[in-house]
Each structure stands twice: as C-alpha cells, then as structure tokens.
Write a protein that binds this ligand. Sequence first.
Ligand code: ZN
Length: 576
Amino acid sequence: MYYSKLLIPTLREYPGEAEVISHRLMLRAGMIRRLAAGIYNYLPLGYRVIRKIESIIREEMDRAGAQEVFFPMVLPAELWRETGRWDQYGKELLRLKDRNDRDFCLGPTHEEVVTDLIRREVKSYRQLPLNLYQIQTKFRDEIRPRFGLMRGREFIMKDAYSFDTDETGAEKSYRKMYDAYMAIFRRCGLTFKPVEADTGLIGGSFSHEFMVLADTGEEAIVSCDSCGYAANMEKAEGRVAAGFSLRPQDVGTDLQVCPELLPLEKKITPGKKSVEDVAVFIGVEEERLVKTLIIRGGERIVAALIRGDHELHEIKLAKLLGCTEAQLLSPAEVEEVTGAPSGFSGPVGLKGIPIIADLAIKDMVNFIVGGNERDLHLLNVNLFRDFAPDQFADIRKVREGDECSRCDNGNLAIVRGIEVGHTFKLGTKYSETMGATYLDEHGRPHFIIMGCYGIGVGRTMAAAIEQNHDKDGLIWPSSIAPYKVIILPLNMESEKVYGAAEAIYKGLEEKGIEVLFDDRNERAGVKFKDADLIGIPYQVIVGDKGIKRGIVEIKERATRAVKEVEVEKLILTGEL
Ligand SMILES: [Zn+2]
C-alpha cells in the first residue's frame, strides 16, 4: 500500500482527551477517532489490527469446533424480561422503543438471544454438544467511559456459548475454550495469565479471566511465584498458617502446641480508636490486635473480625452473606448495635449479631480487641474461652508476600493486568429460566448445560499497546501489526533511491508480505518519526549511500537492531 493514498492522520502532540498510553498512541498514530463519549471510529490502520485479531480468534474458535453465527444488535425486551435482566442490568442497558412503542435494547451480551435460539431448535441429545460464537458490536452504557478502547461504550467483542447434555461434557467444552483462549492470546504476541475469577453478575459455577500483564492495568492479580496459581483479588486466598487449634474438639490432639493462655485484662485506652493508635499506645505490633467491623450485608448485620494488620475484603464477605454489597455501618449505627462508640467494638460480650472471623484469627492467642465500652480495650483475649465466632471464613484481602494457598513454598505477588477474555461455566442458569431442554435417549427432558466465553477485540488491541510501546510510539507484535514492513525511501529526489525502494515494495508484495511504502514527499526525519510512531515491525531504509553499494538497511522496530541487506537478495528472497 502507498502511504500517500492511505488515511493515516498522525499527530505530533499527545491529545489532551487521552489518559492512558494505548488511547494516546492510537489517537496519535491515526488509528481511531472519537465520535462521542466511549464511541470510536476505526481508521484504516486501526481496523487492520482489529481484523488481524479477529482472524486469529476465528481460526482458533473454528479449530476448537465452534461455529460462527451473527446475532442482531437490537434485542427485544421480552427475552430480557424472561431472565429478569431487563430490571437487573440497570442503566448500562441502552433501551429504545420502536415506532409501535415496543421496548428494545442494544445488546450488551447475548445469553438471552442464544438460549432462545437453542430452546427452539435443539430437541434431542443427538444435537448436542454445540458451541456458537459471533464477533459483533456490543453496547454498554458505562457510567464513565474512559481509556479509549479499553472501556468504551460501543465495542467489538467475540462471544461464544456452549451447550452440553451433562457436567462432564460441559467441562470438556470449557476446557476446549480455555485452550483456545491460551492459543489466541499467545498468537497475538501477548504476555498474559489466566486467573481464577469470581463469577460476578452473570453467575455460574467457575470462571477464568485472561489478563494481559501491564503496570497500567486496571485490575490487581494475585500470582504465586512457585506453582503458577493466579486469581483475581476477589477470589485469591492466602494461606492460613497451620498451627495449634483452640477448638474444644481439638484439645488433646497433636495440634496442641499452644502458648500459655493469659488471663483476660481490661485496658483503658482514652480516645484510641484506630488499630495504629491502640497498638502504639499499648506498645505492641498491629498484628496482635483483632479489629471488629460492624457490617451490613443485604438485610443482615454481622461483626467481621480481621487481624489488625489485615484488611477486610468486602466482596468476599458479601458473597459469604449471599448479597452484592457489604458496607461498614456509620458510627451512629455502630453505637446503636454494640452500645459502644465506634472504634471500641469487640467480640467479647457482643450480643444479638453473628460473629464471622477471618481464617487468620484461628491461630491467634492472647490478642487485643475493643471492649465494647468507651475508652476500653481487652488484652489477652482467647477464642472459645472468651467468645466463640459463629463462623470462620476467608474474608480478608490477600497481601503481597502472603504464603500461597495451593503450594508449600510459594509466595503471592500482586501484579496488574488488563482483562481481555473471560470464560464462564454457566451451568443451567439460563436454560432453567428460559426453559431450554433436550430429550435424552429415553425421551426424558433435561436442562441444557451452558458455558459462555468472551473476548474484547478492541480491548485486546489496547492491551497489546499497553504492553508494547516506547517513548517513540507503538511496537506491534508481528502477528497483529497492520503491516509487516514499511519501506522508507529517504531521498525522494533521487531516481535511484525511489526506484530501488519501489522495486523492493513490489518484490515483497508479490511474496504476500504486507508492505507499506512511504512514498510521501517528506523529509527523512518525518518518515522515521511516523514509522516509529505507527510501530510497523520492520523498516526498510533506502538511502543514497547504501544504494551506491546496492544495499539497504533493515531496522527492527522492537529492538532497534539494524542490519544491511543486499537489494537484490531482499527482492529475491523477501527475507527480513
Ligand atoms: Zn503456589
């Protein structure tokens, strides 16, 4: 392709609207332009990258036995009412009415549509398993669209849905998609990690997020340095040191190597409310304290016990309580519930609300808690002697350096990532609410078991940039680069230079290599700057001096390594 004929409106300056590097570089490299908040035009260079990613996805999905379909973007409300998501989805669902005043929405995802299709068309176990996928534009009316293609409102997504007769089949389908995703992101040239994830709003029994690792990532990922265990923060479990146990039923067993239990003591702590203040006042480490957080989750109020130096993970607690949100009570509410000012809550003598203790508390002895009275704390508190939690559960945030819960010698690190893909095993959530059944060999009906699998195509492009760029611009992984080679004739006045450059261009094109020929009448400096900015993997530099000797330079964008190659040989072999 001749550069002069292509719409590549590069910008010298960073556009003010962009906050993250991928967004800035896509704008600067003339790949996208904003039409409205979170809605973008894809220009020729940008769309070539999108098409590259899509074709890798198609190849791997087809290889995994999935079949491509294409569903509408405008979806009737009835289907969404059937699953209850018309109400649940809230404002993210962009609703509209047709001329007959019927309700529709723009599809943010297609579980309803595909389940409706399957319940009509699939009758027998003989028609299963099935896996249908599409690559299509979705719309989610994000409250705060930002970061360009990373969190847009309109976006291109690959979504797939699997249908099986039994659990074993469903797990096999899930595994196939998992493997396909590994292949897709590997082929896109990305450094990524599949992490165990929470199932969130879509629901289901297990799921993975595919995270491209980048310091600019929005999500924190917990990852073991030894066994490869990785999970998102909501799901991550740190290990609880195996030690002694104070449970009455364990007394006398080999778990007992317990330090001496000291007598309970009262300690006046005037105005000392925070863990830090109390620890300093008493002269102990924060990990000797247990904080008592009074929390509302749904209809329930509970006391959550967390070691002083640990942090409560609200989502873990909310899940445990079977609700979507867990929140601290206000100081006034705490006083009403516990009878003491907030900051002095404690589990000893606490009445009327259940106590949920984090697993890390199991092994603690002689610890310090609030005294449920103004300016009072209790020292040498012990489990089961002074109070008994109603439940132990993992409700804290994992920290950098915590021991791994899956292996013996690993430590957990927290890294950042960008979610580019997500796999869910849905189970029968949608087939039950929408009545999608099949008949087995005895003619008995069963619910179809489903899985769903998404990849953000534009987001994958953005993530590739977050991971591959330098101060001069983009550095595309070869497999998704808009062109593989850019040819830069430096002296447009010289017929020899231009002639050689054009001969190389034609030679490479004939070999099926995607080449961009910078035939613009621009200075060498401008051409170098633009070539670096748009990030084509190889630059063929055609200059006066080299041409006299019959050679050109090939510069690799990623490493900046330069080598000399004979013009004849390059045209003949196409080897870069
Ligand atoms: Zn591990």
